[in-house]
Ligand binder design. Structure first.
Ligand SMILES: [Zn+2]
Length: 240
């Protein structure tokens, strides 16, 4: 049966283990960074093209509606032109028609440009999408060893996380919450080992000597003792 202190020390160790392993798992190995970057760029290029295409298509629908509205306006003014009574009215309507004609030309130019953009985006996208499965397969092949290492790490993580859960459920709630409070405050090191050099004992985190009275309590191993200096929980292991 291990003491609460043993459990806390082990819990801290497992938490550190998980943190380090997750970092290791999620860090692309140096020799694969370039390969991975190139592949990511290919995937991102497809995503960007898809976004550009859908944006251009949206813009196209909007411009088409505008164009139809302008043609309606143009027709309306042309009808009006036939029924004007005065030359002043005539030139006013003519002015309106001029304005609409200009807008129609602008919209036509925009539609033309959009059509070109959509066409080129579609063709580039088609090529890229066609190549992507083979590129993905090639990429996975290059990353095979790393993927294997990641799977091993995931298994280790599952085991460590199960142990963390078990320890958390066994440690009394008050000690557990105190431990987590310290863990946050002390950047991942809540429990500090006691180290012995000759006949002097000190805290391994801050290297401050431990008072003899505190050492007695520590050696009994039944109570939580804090370091006078860094306020971490001290852990004394006689067998270490
Ligand atoms: Zn200390």
């Amino acid at each position: 049966m291990s003491s609460v202190l043993d459990q806390l020390y082990r819990l801290q160790d497992r938490i550190q283990f998980v943190r380090d392993r997750v970092r290791e798992r999620d860090t692309v190995p140096a020799d694969l960074v370039e390969v991975d970057r190139e592949f990511r760029e290919k995937v991102e290029a497809v995503e960007k093209l898809q976004a550009r295409l859908s944006e251009a298509e949206k813009e196209q629908r909007k411009s088409e509606t505008e164009f139809a509205d302008l043609r309606e306006k143009q027709k309306k003014y042309q009808t009006q032109l036939r029924s004007v009574q005065s030359s002043r009215e005539y030139s006013a309507v003519l002015n309106e028609i001029d304005g609409v004609d200009r807008q129609i030309r602008t919209t036509e130019e925009r539609l033309l440009a959009l059509e070109e953009e959509i066409e080129s985006a579609r063709s580039e996208l088609a090529t890229r999408e066609q190549n992507l499965p083979a590129e993905t397969a090639q990429h996975e092949e290059r990353l095979k060893d790393w993927r294997m290492a990641q799977r091993v790490i995931n298994d280790e993580l599952a085991a460590a996380e199960a142990e963390i859960q078990r320890l958390e459920s066994e440690i009394p709630p008050r000690d557990r919450s105190e431990f987590h409070r310290l863990l946050d405050k002390k950047r991942g090191l809540a429990v500090s080992r006691v180290i012995q050099i000759a006949s002097s004992y000190s805290c391994s985190a801050c290297h401050v000597k431990i008072r003899p009275a505190a050492l007695q309590v520590l050696k009994a191993g039944r109570e939580i003792v804090y370091c006078d200096s860094c306020k971490r929980i001290l852990y004394y292991n006689a067998h270490a």
